[in-house]
Design a protein around this ligand. Structure first.
Ligand SMILES: N[C@@H](CCC(=O)N[C@@H](CS)C(=O)NCC(=O)O)C(=O)O
Length: 232
């Protein structure tokens, strides 16, 4: 069964799409246009009562919250594609820890920077330098912790690439390609090496860029082609 992912492929649904590609799970994207506030339509609110993206529908099973969706499919297809949840409960604990760090420490200031500098201007809003400075300061503090951690382990949760690393891809890609803030990564030796490494895995970075740039009408076609390429 093909899983339906609701959302624009350039926003948080990218996190789920990255997982589907990594696990070789077939999916299709159902476009919900944020710029037209379609996420506030009554039909969409029946699927996701908080009005945010993504949601998935897998047959009659519906799930929202991008990291909950990632965890669900990483568990469901544990032995398919890349193993992302660790081999022991101790490894799993660390993966969960870093997923929480990504969700609560890393993503909020980065998300706000992306909105302020990238999406806001597309909706006619002028970036607020004070907010940008504050968010950048917060992100710097988080990245300093990452630098310390990654000086000791190759990946965030230990020696193997995991769901925790994967969860960082979609928005970090904006940081380095669209916000002109790649220095935040490059100024830190171990974060920089980690970023280069996780980009190479399954060529997900190239895919992230695709997902950020393409229009949804082109998506199904590209999705199939990219998916085949990545799996071959
Ligand atoms: N915790 C949610 C957050 C998702 C989220 O922030 N989605 C944004 C797009 S990146 C959204 O739908 N924003 C629309 C809105 O807030 O009206 C998740 O990870 O699924």
């Amino acid at each position: 069964m093909v899983v339906k992912v609701y959302g624009p492929s350039y926003a948080s649904p990218k996190r789920v799409i990255a997982l589907f590609i990594e696990k070789g799970i077939e999916f299709e994207v159902v476009d919900v246009d944020l710029f037209k506030a379609e996420n506030r339509n009554p039909d969409y609110l029946k699927l996701q009562p908080f009005g945010v993206l993504p949601v998935i529908q897998d047959g009659d099973y519906t799930l929202y919250e991008s990291r909950a969706i990632m965890r669900y499919y990483a568990e469901k297809y544990k032995s398919q594609g890349t193993e992302l949840l660790g081999k022991t409960i101790e490894e799993r604990g660390l993966i969960e820890q870093w997923l929480e760090v990504e969700a609560h420490n890393y993503q909020p200031p980065l998300h706000d920077l992306v909105v302020e500098l990238l999406f806001g201007p597309k909706m006619g809003k002028t970036p607020d330098p004070k907010r940008i400075e504050k968010d950048e300061e917060k992100l710097v503090r988080v990245l300093d912790v990452y630098e310390e951690r990654l000086s000791k382990t190759k990946y965030l949760a230990g020696g193997s690439f995991s769901l925790a690393d994967l969860s960082h891809l979609p928005f970090t890609q904006y940081l380095v390609t669209s916000l002109e803030k790649e220095y935040l990564i490059r100024d830190r030796e171990h974060v920089s090496a980690w970023w280069d490494d996780i980009n190479q895995i399954q060529d997900l970075f190239r895919l992230m860029i695709y997902l950020s740039l393409i229009w949804i009408e082109e998506f199904d076609h590209l999705n199939k082609r990219q998916s085949e390429q990545l799996r071959s």
